[in-house]
Structures are given as C-alpha cells and as structure tokens.
Design a binder for this molecule. Sequence first.
Ligand code: HEM
Length: 226
Amino acid sequence: MSTGDARSAAPAVTAQANPKRKAASLSWLVPAVTVGGLLPLAVLIWDAYSGALGANPIQRATLQTGLLTLTLLVASLACTPLRLLTGWTWPARIRKALGLLAFGYAALHFLIYLLDHGFSLGVMFEDVLKRPFVTAGFTALLLLVPLALTSGKNSVKKLGFQKWTRLHQLVYLSVALGALHYYWGVKKDHVPPLIYVGVIAVLFAVRFIKRKPTKKKAGPEKTSPA
Ligand code: HEM
C-alpha cells in the first residue's frame, strides 16, 4: 500500500478527480498510528503494574518514555522529507498525530522525573540550572508546549499560515536539544544517541536540499514544517 504506487499505476487525473475517495481510503491511518503509538504506554503501565520494570522502575520508566519521546519526534520530523523524496502524501497526514504522541510521552517523562524528585519544583529548577543535561531536556519540552497548544486547524487560521509555520519551526530546536539531552545523559555507550543525531542531520539535510528549488517554482508550501 502506498500513495506513490497508486499514483504511478493510475493516471494523475484519476487521483485528482477522486480526492474524497483517496482521503477516505486512508481514513484508518491516523487512528492506526495513534493506537500503535499508545501501545508502548500500555506495555509500560502493564510492566509497572506487574513489577516487570526491575529494581529501579522509576529510572526504567524515565528511560523508556525519554526514548519514546525522541523516537516519535524524529518520526514526525521524517514525514516531510519522506513526502519530498517519494511524492507520497500519507506521511503528511500522520505527522500531527506523531507530534502529539511525542508531546504526550515528553509530558509523561517529565511527570515521572517530578515523581522521582518528590514533585518539588524547587529541586527541579535547581537541577535544571545545575545540570546541562537536564537544562537541554527541559528546554526541549518547553519548546514543544506552544506547538502542542497550536496543533489544531483553528490555530493556523488564528495565527495566519506564515506565523504558525514559523512557530512550528521550533520543533527543529526541540529535537536537536532532545538528542543533545540524550547524548549528555548516557554514561557509557554513546553510539545510540549518535545514531539519532545522524538520522536528524540527514532529515534536516533532505529538507534543506529538496525544499529550495520547489519554493522558487511553486511558491510557499501549504503544509507545516514539522
Ligand atoms: C522533548 C523532551 C525530552 C526528550 C526528547 C528526552 C529524551 C530522553 C532520552 C532519550 C533519555 C535517555 C534514555 C536512555 O538513556 O535510554 C532521557 C533520559 C532522561 N531524561 Fe529526558 N527527555 C526530554 C525531557 C526531559 C525533561 C523535561 C526532564 C526533566 C526535567 C528529563 C529528564 C531526564 C532524566 C533525569 C533522564 C535520565 C534517567 C536516568 O538515567 O536515570 N528529560 N531523556
């Protein structure tokens, strides 16, 4: 199943003539991504309930939610490069769901951190000021807040497309800080965070290279940057 395959198999006119049918045929995509994205949460809750999180369940839950946040952020960031490279339209449809899932896991990651610190905001702010690793994570989370709050279609109308697009470019900074937070946070094996850094760099590069000529020819694109 792919929009790209369908497009190459049928004349372009057919696809354009049936936009509603095409949209309906992919109506399962966002619910499927949402359910798939919530599955790790269900597993985490089950593991916590059944005592399968090991000797330090809070640390284990912090690590798992941190990794899920970064992975989903990277996945949401991959949607536009994938669309630009393949011409498929479906990645654009799941981008918002991936971004909101990432934000949900980031909020949970932060809540678990707060739980670990007795819900003391004083201790939390001290930690944010003292440890650059926590500063980076906290800033990455703060940057996601306005994006989550303006993820609805109404916000695009209210802010105007250009302002909204500029605001949503904060996701680049957030994902970069998230990766830095991960890199600074690991004690021994720096290969996994470096893999994330590499993937993010490739995604940034694809967007940069593929976007420039398109803009000149077709004018500004009517999609969000994330
Ligand atoms: C977008 C925001 C964030 C992302 C993407 C993120 C991502 C991550 C990742 C990938 C890890 C490491 C997982 C591993 O080593 O396997 C991690 C660990 C951690 N994060 Fe975050 N994080 C974010 C926000 C925060 C915030 C706001 C805090 C607290 C104020 C925080 C506190 C921690 C702590 C304490 C750990 C280490 C847990 C341990 O080693 O025991 N993170 N995070």
